[in-house]
Write a protein that binds this ligand. Structure first.
Ligand code: PRX
Length: 621
């Protein structure tokens, strides 16, 4: 047992879950009873008649039940003392602070909901949100949910082409944005990006604009509307739409191994139950917690563990607008000290970047309020884990390395605060989750052997479908190994039953925790007039986890120059976003392909890393 890091007595005494093994066993034997008991902790307008209904691979949860996630996040607190507790504390990169109690947040959300209604937004309509990390971003997501509309948030680090295709696929009639924001010292013109993204899209009728910077923007009267003007004149009471448990809550686009990003659909009831209980148990949430998930609400981590589950659990939720190391590498640590953060949740890429600055910077701050730390989005290497544990958590805060996905909606594999921890391992499956590591036929592999990570039982926060593309849902996720959910990750399980996530087994990359499919990046290269063909791979990177390398075949007669490389980098930044900037571009005369013409990226990657090429029997020529 020497390789375990054990929880302190204090953590053990204060945890909700004391005996994981027993509860886990019970939850697998009686999953309906487990999930039903969780759902009963929440508010429902009408109880369900059936916990789960299987139309494999489609599952409906809490069938017949009526609820609304906002009824649990905000409404139910209004008749309790919690209405006067701080719900949201926000600090801008410029030092501006906004504080809302549960009552004030409820009023703000109601006003925003009435504003959406005044623009004609109804139940089931898609609402595109492209905003910086400001309070209105969270408010408008909650407002959309409150009236039964479906929000579809595009992260503000994406640019024109990525935004355009997502707005078009969702068929949104309204987009909500800001005039701009400052990222470090650079002005990012979000409104301009929206204008470019919708210029050929007559379906978008209104653009609601929050004033964040006051920088001049193009403003089309009748179409563009200032948030402040519209929202401030709305009534602060807005009835919450009573919804079916399986009515959609949001669509979030995410990259897969092939084609364009997929619109992952989540529904109110099951998602609400899943995010509520995982946040509660894994972060041991209590009323007096000040919770900081440093992700952006624009990603699934932000949807589940900023916008929804902290409020459903009734904690004080903190959001900081800026990056971790601006204007200096102590910024995040100073926020922990200032707001007395108790539970802090971030990604390994940020930990590795901050670790590089050494121990002295975090040591300048009082981090003693911290009780639990979290990690998400990519494998955390043991060295970063130990640094986070020692220097930030002072060897008293357990690290919850949570493995999950946009599609799973909630944490799937994670330690609990009482778990003995192994640095670098995501621990064991959450209650009701049956995870396994199998070969391509679905047979479990031996202990400590790499295989495909699959899930063998449904869970309530699972996605409902791929928007307008059910074939992708059935084939890509449920068709690879019939009867099981195929995660796309490699993993191994050790002799203690701990899972070790070993990265993706498809053409998906995790760059600084951001998820990119090779196809989306390659199409940005091919859109350049000089490029004939492109293939993109992820390479191990010390801080970012993976970096992007592109192999490019130029059109006949085009000269391979450094200027062209720069131009191509700019092209990808412009079309997809600065977060997708390739690190390396290599001009090549040909690409390895199968006889049927598919690019073999794994061959490119193996060559690049000097590894064995594996099975190349389908390689052309
Ligand atoms: O490869 C896994 C990695 O992130 C993928 C899901 O990405 P996304 O949908 O963007 O969601 C990220 C936030 C939940 C997974 O297939 N991943 C996520 N968490 C971990 C991880 N890899 C290793 N360890 C984790 N804790």
């Amino acid at each position: 047992m020497s390789d375990f890091v054990n929880p302190s007595e204090e953590i053990k005494n204060n945890a909700y879950v004391k005996d994981y093994e027993k509860l886990y066993k019970d939850s697998l034997e009686h999953p309906d009873a487990f999930w039903e008991n969780v759902a009963k902790e929440l508010f429902w307008y009408k109880p369900w008649t059936k916990v789960i209904e299987s139309k494999h691979p489609y599952y409906d949860w809490f069938v017949g039940g009526q609820t609304n996630i906002v009824a649990n996040a905000l409404d139910r607190w209004q008749k309790t003392e919690k209405k006067d507790q701080l719900a949201l504390v926000w600090e801008g990169q410029d030092g501006k602070v906004v504080r809302y109690t549960y009552q004030q947040l409820h009023e703000q959300v109601s006003r925003a909901a009435n504003a959406l209604k005044s623009l004609g937004v109804k139940k089931g309509d898609r609402v595109s949100i492209y905003m910086p990390r400001i309070p209105e971003q969270t408010i408008v997501m909650l407002a959309s949910a409150k009236i039964g509309a479906i929000h579809t948030v595009v992260y503000s680090g994406f640019s024109v082409q990525a935004l355009k295709s997502r707005i078009e696929d969702a068929e949104s009639k309204i987009v909500i944005t800001a005039d701009g924001y400052h990222f470090r010292d650079k002005l990012v013109e979000t409104k301009k990006t929206v204008d470019d993204a919708i210029k050929d899209n007559p379906a978008v009728k209104k653009v609601l604009v929050v004033k964040r910077t006051g920088n001049p923007i193009a403003f089309t009267e009748g179409k563009d509307i200032w948030w402040e003007e519209l929202v401030s004149k709305q009534d602060s009471i807005c009835p919450t739409e009573i919804l079916d448990a399986n009515d959609p809550l949001f669509i979030l686009y995410t990259s897969g191994s092939t084609g364009t990003p997929k619109g992952v659909i989540h529904a109110h009831g099951g998602y609400m139950v899943g995010v509520y209980i995982t946040a509660k148990y894994i972060f041991n949430l209590r009323s007096n917690d000040v919770f900081w998930c440093a992700a952006d609400p624009g990603w699934i981590t932000g949807h589940s563990y900023i916008v929804y589950s902290p409020f459903i659990n009734g904690v004080t939720n903190f959001i900081y607008e800026g990056p971790p190391d601006y204007p200096d590498a102590g910024k995040w640590w100073s926020m922990i000290e200032k707001y007395k953060i108790t539970k802090f949740y971030t990604a390994p890429t940020a930990i590795r970047a901050l670790m590089k600055y050494g121990d002295a910077i975090p040591q300048k701050y009082n981090l003693s309020s911290l009780k639990i730390l979290g990690s998400v989005g990519e494998p955390i290497n043991p060295e970063a884990w130990r640094w986070y544990y020692r220097v930030i958590g002072k060897e008293k805060c357990p690290i919850m390395d949570t493995w999950w996905q946009t599609e799973t909606g909630m944490h799937i594999i994670s330690p609990l605060p009482t778990s003995p921890l192994k640095p670098g391992s995501a621990g064991k499956p959450f209650f009701g989750i049956k995870a396994d590591v199998v070969d391509e036929k679905g047979t479990p592999v031996a202990v400590n052997t790499q295989g495909y990570l699959v899930l063998k039982k449904p869970w309530p926060a699972m996605f409902k479908d791929v928007y307008k593309n059910s074939k992708k849902y059935t084939d890509l996720y449920w068709g690879k190994i019939p009867g099981t959910y195929f995660t796309g990750d490699f993993a191994k399980r050790d002799s203690d039953g701990y899972f070790w996530i070993l990265g993706r087994n498809d053409d998906v990359m995790k760059v600084s925790g951001y998820r990119f499919g090779s196809a989306e990046l390659e199409s940005a290269f091919v859109a350049h007039p000089s490029v004939a063909e492109a293939a993109v791979i992820g390479k191990p990177h010390e801080i970012k986890g993976e970096s992007i390398k592109a192999f490019v075949i130029l059109k006949v007669g085009v000269q391979p120059t450094d200027e062209l490389k720069n131009e191509l980098k700019q092209q990808v930044r412009k079309l997809i976003g600065p977060i997708a900037t390739p690190d390396e571009i290599e001009f090549v005369p040909a690409l390895p392909k199968t006889r049927s013409g598919k690019i073999m990226r794994r061959v490119l990657k193996a060559k690049e890393l000097g590894q064995d090429l594996g099975d190349t029997s389908t390689l052309e020529g």
